[in-house]
Design a protein around this ligand. Structure first.
Ligand code: GDP
Ligand code: MG
Length: 444
């Protein structure tokens, strides 16, 4: 992955004031390769790498991050930025039905998407109507009808033998029907060809002129790779579009097409389709796509997890709990939860050293015995809720019962209870040290 490669590039570099030009060039090379492997179009790669280089030149090497981490952070921020920051939402018409028209090559996933989008909108309380304006392929109308039925939405299609070959007429009739039957969203499925084709483009443009769409969505297969740019440009010129839907993300495409299309057309990717089921559909998440493109997922997930685990909110809450009743509110359940959080980190200890500020915990976490947590969990789960909430009540006979229930020795239970009280004392001291004056001492 890019993260690994950059870590290799910077093996011998730590604590310099600024990245050298040679370091930046080496970095740029790795990013270029990674982007090309993700199928990002070459001109887009060039532009992107230049932007990252510029930023890398301007930034001090931070104390908290090693150079590889710092570059990954820049790359990620640039990627997310280009991919659109936050997801753009559909624009709904103020009056009359909102018209969404789908365009794209044959096999891109338009018909499937039409039904997915309809179901998604229906679940939001809208009343969508699907329009079969693909009369090119013999089975296209039927396919939309089947999909629409599965989604439980109305499909407007030409009568068999009627309107064949006149998708523009069908689109016109559909609009009248939607107004009459008070559908508030109309989704127009159109025909595609295997390659870009002037006649097809004209037909799509004619349909567009008739239905006056609020949104034209360009539907594109994520596997399209390097062809993404030419295809997207052709549709932008021929029909025009407002947003992009990336399909077949369940495949192994890395999604470079998202970056290419966004960069070249300036149109945001709005939705993502990831399977043949109607529910395999979601709004587009630029951050997820960024890590998919450059395979930064592990590092970014790790950062997120660690941030969650060390969430200062949580520390504050724990401190407040302690200060509230002199620490008596910190229960065995809280204790178990803490242990489990440590486990979450422990199992990721291998990549721990990659994280800013985490290096110091690495050794501790690597030496952490995961089975120990299982044992602790078994013992705590053998306690009654009352015992967990008020561990002071766990006397000798209760300890014997808990030991039996968890298959451990009484000594293990004793040890655990001791550890718990120690932890509680520590938490209490921490809370006090954290500037919470007037906190009463722990009773008993
Ligand atoms: P259209 O020609 O643009 O209307 O494309 P279709 O909707 O007919 O889809 C073409 C093929 O791709 C069909 O077999 C679909 O089942 C399949 N398909 C569509 N979207 C997805 C997707 O997100 N993932 C996968 N795996 N297959 C898809
Ligand atoms: Mg179709």
């Amino acid at each position: 992955t890019l993260s690994d490669r950059l870590a290799d590039t910077f093996k011998n570099l730590r604590g310099k004031g600024r990245l050298s030009e040679a370091d930046i060039d080496a970095t740029a090379r790795e990013i270029r390769i990674a982007l090309l492997e993700a199928d990002v179009a070459l001109p887009v790669v060039r532009e992107f790498v230049a932007a990252v280089k510029d930023r890398a030149r301007g930034e001090e090497v931070s104390g908290a991050l090693n150079p590889a981490q710092q570059i990954v952070k820049i790359v990620n921020e640039e990627l997310v930025g280009i991919l659109g920051g936050e997801t753009r939402r559909l624009r709904f018409a103020k009056t009359g039905p909102t018209v969404i028209m789908l365009a794209g090559l044959q096999g891109a996933g338009k018909t499937t998407l039409a039904a997915k989008l309809a179901l998604w909108l229906k679940e939001q309380g809208r009343s969508p109507m699907l329009v079969a304006a693909d009369l090119q392929r013999p089975n296209a109308v039927n396919q939309l009808q089947v999909n629409g039925q599965r989604a439980g939405v109305t499909v407007f299609a030409p009568e068999p033998g009627n309107g064949v070959g006149d998708p523009v007429g069908v689109a016109r009739d559909a609009m009248a029907e939607a107004r009459r039957t008070l559908h508030d969203v109309v989704i127009v499925d159109t025909a595609g060809r295997l390659g870009v084709d002037a006649e097809l483009m004209q037909q799509a443009a004619d349909i567009r002129d008739v239905v006056q769409p609020d949104e034209v969505l360009f539907v594109v297969d994520a596997m399209i790779g390097q062809d993404a740019v030419t295809t997207a440009q052709a549709f932008l010129e021929g029909v025009g579009f407002d947003g992009v839907v990336l399909t077949k993300l369940d495949g192994d495409a890395r999604g470079g097409a998202a970056l290419s299309i966004r960069s070249v057309t300036g149109r945001p990717v709005m939705f993502a389709s990831s399977g043949e089921k109607l529910t395999d559909f979601d709004v587009f998440h630029p951050d997820r796509m960024a890590s998919r493109i450059l395979d930064m997922g592990d590092m970014l997930t790790l950062i997120e997890q660690a941030e969650k685990t060390f969430d200062s909110d949580q520390a504050l809450k724990a401190a407040q709990k302690l200060s509230g009743q002199g620490g008596a509110e910190f229960t065995l359940d809280d204790f178990l939860e803490q242990m489990q959080q440590v486990r979450k980190l422990g199992s990721m200890s291998k990549i721990m050293g990659m994280l800013p500020g985490m290096g110091q915990f690495r050794e501790q976490l690597e030496n952490f015995d995961e089975r120990e947590i299982d044992r602790i969990q078994a013992i705590i789960q053998s306690m009654t809720p009352a015992e967990r909430a008020n561990p002071k009540m766990i006397d000798g006979s209760r300890r014997a019962r808990i030991a039996k229930g968890s298959g451990r020795a009484v000594m293990d239970v004793n040890q655990l209870v001791d550890r718990f009280f120690e932890a509680r004392k520590m938490m209490q001291q921490m809370a006090r040290g954290g500037g919470m004056p007037g906190m009463p001492g722990m009773p008993g």
